[in-house]
Design a protein around this ligand. Structure first.
Ligand code: GLU
Length: 294
């Protein structure tokens, strides 16, 4: 990648109002892009067809323009690229690296609760969700076919053990920022902590991991600058990149903007959004000052 014009991207999901944390990530990306003579791209990660709405997208673009974020090309909207993601998911399935899994989230929770009531300490993934038990990994093709024919909803999951065995070589990435424990420089990726991640399901025809990895390559992104909460996801992104034969960008995981009480901001918790701050009379320059990018 040496010698190429750097390409940065900011990749929010239009599933709620943007908050100060998004403003920090967007403006930090922009600052780095401008400082390196790079291009700044905006990617709209709207693969969750239930939670992402056009109204949220409009509001998001308005907020971004208000804080002075600029992008150099028309945004890429992931919901317009489902075919591309589906093609890769199908390739993985043909190569026996992905399989349909019918257990719902609540069935998984119940199953894990049962194990735990028996004294088993069940692993959690870095997002805190119980790791998928893998019950359906070794089902016969005939059994899968009959379940699909019955109309039972299913998710396509990565067979992480086979996938990791397939790439064989030691998986690493170049971290220019830092992980939660100060990890920096060459970081070893351990995708096994995620278990068999979902690649696609009915309401989300491509998971975040799948679409993000394919688009970073599709958009020729050289520098991924994003919040430290996504540091653990990078392990699984590296695995998918290897399976797809894609180059890895350089990663920079930045500090998270915290609330006055030291907790992470989130859309779902209804934290002070940029829209609320604007309504309360704050100016873009106040926002930049608040996030330390004045
Ligand atoms: N869409 C993700 C989010 O809003 C960000 C993905 C990324 O930067 O890789 O949290």
């Amino acid at each position: 990648m040496a010698g190429r014009q750097p390409i940065f991207r900011f990749a929010p999901s239009p599933n709620g109002r943007l908050h100060l944390g998004h403003a920090y990530s967007a403006l930090l990306n922009l600052r780095m892009a401008r400082a390196t003579g790079g291009r700044m791209l905006l990617r709209i990660e709207d693969t969750d067809t239930v939670r992402c709405t056009p109204a949220h997208e409009r509001a998001m673009l308005e907020d971004l323009e208000w804080i002075g974020f600029e992008w150099d090309e028309p945004p890429l909207r992931q919901s317009e690229h489902f075919d591309r993601y589906r093609d890769f998911a199908e390739t993985l399935q043909i190569e026996n690296l992905a399989y349909p899994a019918f257990m719902s989230r609540s069935e998984i929770r119940e199953r894990v609760a049962l194990e735990e009531s028996g004294g088993v300490e069940w692993p959690r993934d870095p997002d805190g969700a119980p790791v998928y038990p893998g019950d359906e990994r070794d089902w016969s093709e005939a059994h899968r076919e009959s379940m699909i024919m019955s109309g039972a909803p299913y998710a396509l999951r990565l067979d992480s053990r086979r996938a990791i065995a397939r790439v064989a070589s030691r998986l690493t990435w170049e971290e220019a920022g830092a992980g939660p424990n100060g990890e920096t420089g060459e970081v070893e990726a351990k995708p096994e902590i995620w278990g068999d991640i979902v690649l696609a399901r009915k309401d989300t025809p491509a998971s975040y991991h799948l679409a993000c990895v394919l688009d970073d390559a599709y958009q020729e992104v050289t520098h991924v600058v994003r919040g430290r909460d996504l540091f653990p996801a990078t392990a699984v992104h590296r695995l998918l990149q290897e399976l797809a034969g894609l180059d890895a960008p350089e990663y920079f995981h930045h500090d998270l903007i915290e609330d006055a009480d030291g907790t992470k901001l989130s859309k779902s918790r209804g934290d002070t959004s940029l829209a609320e701050l604007r309504q309360a009379g704050f100016q873009p320059s106040d926002i930049r000052r608040k996030i330390g990018l004045a």
